[in-house]
Design a protein around this ligand. Structure first.
Ligand SMILES: [Fe+2]
Length: 312
């Protein structure tokens, strides 16, 4: 049993990037299905259709990953983290306001912990339509029509970081944020390569993973960030939109084994991998931890095999 963590985070909040051309980034994000919440000379802030006010932020600069944020339950949790880490609680300069504590993980990844953000009004998305499964016909005397266009990104769901020492990073993140292992990837009991980590939300089901730490041969860095879309039709329509816009397809469409999501990975104009996913697993704090193989990590239940460029 892990010792008590400093706080328990609720979810991932946002990911940050730098790019030299915000007009080009905006065009990509709109093809990807994000909504621009704020745009200036130096910064682009994008949201999904859900209540989070900001989930993808780009600052003008040399291209690269610039950090990620987790959402704490309360401002007093930020005070606790700040006191333990010798940091400060500062105002969060994003739509929705709130406060932030800025940390640096063992590989120097910039990690923010945020709280007190005001929710934005959700953006309306097409209503769910019943599904005619063989033997269980739910849609009777009604046609199904779905409109072409970008996917409807609802929320940011997880991020994957490549780390130099999995055990050191696992300790760092679990001690601070209360993560629970869903699946640990092992070559052997002595050789763990990474783990899918979920939030400790008690009896409230939460995503199979909010963070995945991977000890990658390429060394520490950003692997990918993943955005939940409305449903499978939405994911496929989003794929068609990105393809017709000439965007760089990385891997998909397929269904993962670990986490079970239907996935579709794309690259932004500077090579950062962003994922669309839907229909993932949700677990509570008592649903346990499992050991899995590299084959299960990279394998699919259906869909193309993972390309050698994935995660690099
Ligand atoms: Fe993912």
């Amino acid at each position: 049993m892990d010792a008590q963590s400093m706080i328990k985070i609720e979810d991932i909040a946002h990911v940050r990037f730098r790019a030299p051309d915000l007009v080009e980034m905006r065009a990509f994000l709109e093809d990807f299905g994000l909504t621009i919440a704020e745009s200036s000379e130096d910064r682009l802030v994008a949201r999904g259709a859900g209540p989070a006010p900001a989930i993808h932020i780009t600052e003008r600069g040399d291209p690269g990953f610039a950090g990620l944020a987790f959402r704490a339950e309360s401002l007093s949790d930020l005070e606790r983290i700040a006191a333990a880490e010798g940091g400060a609680v500062e105002d969060l300069d994003l739509p929705g306001g709130g406060a932030v504590v800025r940390l640096s993980d063992p590989d120097g990844h910039r990690i923010e912990v945020v709280a007190g953000q005001a929710e934005s009004d959700p953006i309306e998305v097409p209503a769910a339509q019943p599904w005619n499964r063989a033997g269980d016909h739910q849609r009777l005397r009604a046609v199904k029509r779905v409109a072409a266009g970008p996917a409807h990104v609802i929320r940011l769901g997880h991020a994957v970081l490549n780390v130099s020492n999995f055990r050191a990073s696992e300790r760092w993140y679990k001690d601070r944020f209360g993560f629970i292992t869903s699946d640990e990837i092992q070559l052997s009991p002595e050789a763990a390569l990474g783990a899918f980590l979920r939030c400790d939300r008690g009896e409230t089901p939460t995503d199979h993973h909010t963070l995945f730490l991977a000890q990658a041969p390429s060394g520490p860095g950003f692997n990918h960030a993943a955005f939940e879309v409305a449903d499978i039709d939405d994911l496929i329509l989003g794929h068609e939109r990105l393809k017709s816009a000439g965007r760089h397809a990385e891997w998909g469409i397929g269904r993962h084994i670990l986490g079970s999501q239907v996935f579709d990975y794309w690259r932004d104009p500077w090579g950062h991998t962003l994922e669309h996913w839907t229909d993932g697993d949700l677990f509570t704090a008592t649903d346990g931890a499992h050991v899995a193989s590299l084959q299960e990590l990279l394998g699919v239940q259906w869909g193309p095999a993972s390309p050698p460029t994935m995660g690099a």
